[in-house]
Design a binder for this molecule. Structure first.
Ligand code: P5A
Length: 431
């Protein structure tokens, strides 16, 4: 993509209402635009990152046996009345009437709707287990939407729902998703710690939140410091430790029950990027979703639900990976692999070399943002640093005279010189 054509109107100023660094950087780098309180439009650069995260989540869901569906954002009120949540959910739920005065709502979550769909298709224990997921927008009328897409009113969530015959099997599904989440976050270059949590408006008595440790987080989490010494959270061994170790949210903390020595406890802030629940038959009994078991007896299905805040993750990643000049994307979720900078687009030779390089990189399946504008070198550097692409290739007269290109690693700031006429050396530097 050429910058000249791209919709990338970056800004120098920081919006006055933005206090979080991720919020400031997302607006300055032209990723999102607020359209009303807690509601955002996603612009090309922001949408690219959102889609990368979405795809990492989708692949993990698929590989853990979940199947993708898409439910509507608008739901009927009847099913929520049956579960009792039409009133219980409170003012966070956006309700409205259609032209026939029928009560509708914009889904804040989908336990009722999926249960209602499920029961029309599955009636035998032989068809269990099932696990369905979707990636869909949700609306929660947060009392104080703030921090940009970190806590907004309309947000993108991956939500999935498991259906099993017995509690034992349902707990196995829960464990399977627990592992899936550890892998999912690792696949996007993040370290997310699972902690025992309250189940709140969703219900049930077993629940874990997944947290990115960060001072900007708004949940206090308390855990055994052994977790910090686990290098790889996804090994089988780590999984066993994580399931049994002391790790809770502040709400769930009980000094008397805490078995860990005070000196071995970490108290810190976390950003909640995922939350999983086991709630048994709460929705299946309310909505009459049952299967016949092998003796022909009606059994309400055992269910769990599992959520990841996709739009929140974009902000959470920036909170954990930036410097004074801008964002530093982990390569797994970066909007482009390489930023190619032609330091003087008026110069014919530099432009020819840059155009050729752009072609070469594209042929090698690299996603390249090519700055071919007439901006000053300083402005081009500042822009590339701001938007945080992992590698920058700098094409300037000085190095070209020595038949060289400069490749800058955005994270380390280390600049490596490579032979301009040696494509394999260039490509090697970009991994
Ligand atoms: C699980 C899937 C649920 O809604 N039902 C379906 C369950 N869980 S949850 O914890 O309430 O939400 C799941 C994740 O969504 C993100 N999230 C938000 N992101 C941005 N702005 C918000 N206002 C917001 N509310 C929730 C969080 O990452 C949460 O873990």
């Amino acid at each position: 993509m050429r910058v000249k054509k791209y919709f990338l109107q970056t800004k120098k100023e920081t919006p006055s209402d933005a206090s979080l660094i991720s919020h400031k950087l997302m607006i300055r780098s032209c990723m999102i635009k607020q359209t009303s309180s807690g509601i955002y439009a996603w612009l090309p650069l922001g949408l690219k990152v959102l889609k990368k995260i979405e795809n990492i989540i989708r692949e993990a869901q698929n590989s853990y046996g979940c199947q993708e569906i898409l439910m509507p954002t608008i739901q009927q009120s009847e099913i929520w009345k049956k579960s009792g949540r039409y009133n219980d959910y409170g003012p966070e739920m956006l309700k409205f009437l259609d032209r026939n005065k029928k009560e509708l709502l914009y889904g804040p979550t989908n336990e009722e709707l999926i249960t209602n769909i499920f029961k029309d298709y599955i009636n035998s224990y032989k068809d269990l287990p099932k696990n369905l997921y979707q990636i869909q927008w949700k609306f929660r009328d947060e009392i104080r939407p703030r921090f940009g897409v970190m806590r907004c009113r309309e947000f993108l969530m991956k939500d999935n729902y498991s259906f099993d015959l017995t509690i034992k099997e349902a707990k196995r599904s829960y464990d399977n998703m627990f592992k899936c989440y550890l892998n999912t976050f690792q696949n996007m270059g993040l370290r997310a710690i699972p902690v025992k949590a309250e189940s709140g408006a969703i219900g049930g008595d077993m629940s874990h939140e997944f947290h990115i440790v960060n001072k900007s987080g708004d949940t206090e989490i308390i855990y055994d410091k052994k977790i910090d010494s686990l290098k790889n959270l996804t090994s089988d061994n780590s999984y066993q430790i994580l399931r049994n170790i002391y790790a809770v949210t502040r709400e769930k903390y009980n000094e008397a029950e805490c078995i860990v020595n005070k000196n071995d406890i970490v108290v810190t802030k976390g950003i909640e990027v995922g939350h999983i629940f086991f709630f048994g038959t709460k929705y299946s009994s309310a909505l009459n979703a049952y299967v016949l078991n092998n003796q022909g007896k009606r059994i309400n299905v055992q269910m769990g639900s599992y959520g990841i805040g996709i739009s929140r993750l974009v902000a959470a990643i920036i909170e954990s990976s930036h410097d004074k000049n801008g964002i530093i994307w982990p390569k797994e979720v970066a909007p482009f692999d390489i930023g190619l900078i032609n330091l003087n687009s008026k110069d014919k030779m530099l432009s020819k070399i840059s155009d050729d390089l752009y072609k070469l990189l594209k042929q090698n399946h690299k996603e390249v943002l090519y700055d071919d504008t007439l901006e000053s070198p300083g402005a081009k550097f500042a822009n590339m640093d701001l938007i945080g692409i992992p590698f920058q290739i700098i094409v300037g007269l000085k190095s070209i005279k020595n038949n060289e290109l400069e490749i800058k690693n955005r994270k380390t700031n280390i600049i490596t010189k490579v032979d301009l006429n040696n494509p394999s050396q260039i490509l090697k530097q970009l991994n």
